[in-house]
Design a protein around this ligand. Sequence first.
Ligand SMILES: Nc1ncnc2c1ncn2[C@@H]1O[C@H](COP(=O)(O)OP(=O)(O)OP(=O)(O)O)[C@@H](O)[C@H]1O
Ligand SMILES: [Mg+2]
Length: 236
Amino acid sequence: MPSSPLPDGHAATLVLDQLTLDRRDGDGRSFSILAIPALTLEPGTSLGVSGPSGSGKSSLLHLVAGLITPSAGRVSWGDTVVSALAEGERDRWRRRTIGFVFQDFHLVPELDVAANIALPASFSSWRLDAVDRRRALDLAEQMGLADPRRRAAVLSRGEQQRVAIARALFGKPALLLADEPTASLDAARSEAIGALLVEAATRCGASLICASHDAALLARMDRRLDLTPTPAKHAT
Ligand SMILES: Nc1ncnc2c1ncn2[C@@H]1O[C@H](COP(=O)(O)OP(=O)(O)OP(=O)(O)O)[C@@H](O)[C@H]1O
Ligand SMILES: [Mg+2]
């Protein structure tokens, strides 16, 4: 029987330890984007990250996914110190572990809905097998995407967002990271997608981190991390 080329990620505890991210501005001075002294997220737990625009929500998700490396401190997933892995190792760890809903979707406009959802599989095999194709079609249906053959280029922003979420779920990730996953949706659709994200994470025992301004979505999360710069950044 054909099997998915993506092995399922393994549940683990996420630990951020003395994590800082600094950047240099135009005149070369260093400024702080993020400073998180300590955060532990148990397997299967959800965390809502809030804070105003520019407070570092996307940067935090990119750090956790190993897409960028911290200026100091570490990101660990179980026994793996992700922030210390060489780039190739980090890429492999990410493919095994993470489902990422990017703030700006990162769809391939020329590909149809189903092909975009199954994109993670096409990185390791040039042709989709029947199991992957079926899984992509099922996810499209769950997301209310009626026509899996429409090209991403012609989709509305809300439809693109739902494709991005389905793609993040495709690899049955152990850690689902969603950057403002309801930002382009109307209130009813936001409710439905919020419920679906939490349900999908629960079903596969995945941990979930959502960066959002959406109070209803944040209320669904087990825990909250507020990145508002003042008076204090704190986790509850
Ligand atoms: N590569 C970079 N170089 C310099 N500054 C950066 C870089 N990446 C992010 N920043 C800055 O870091 C800060 C945090 O950005 P980030 O995108 O993480 O915020 P955010 O909370 O996700 O905002 P939004 O709600 O608008 O999505 C911003 O001031 C941004 O300009
Ligand atoms: Mg952002």
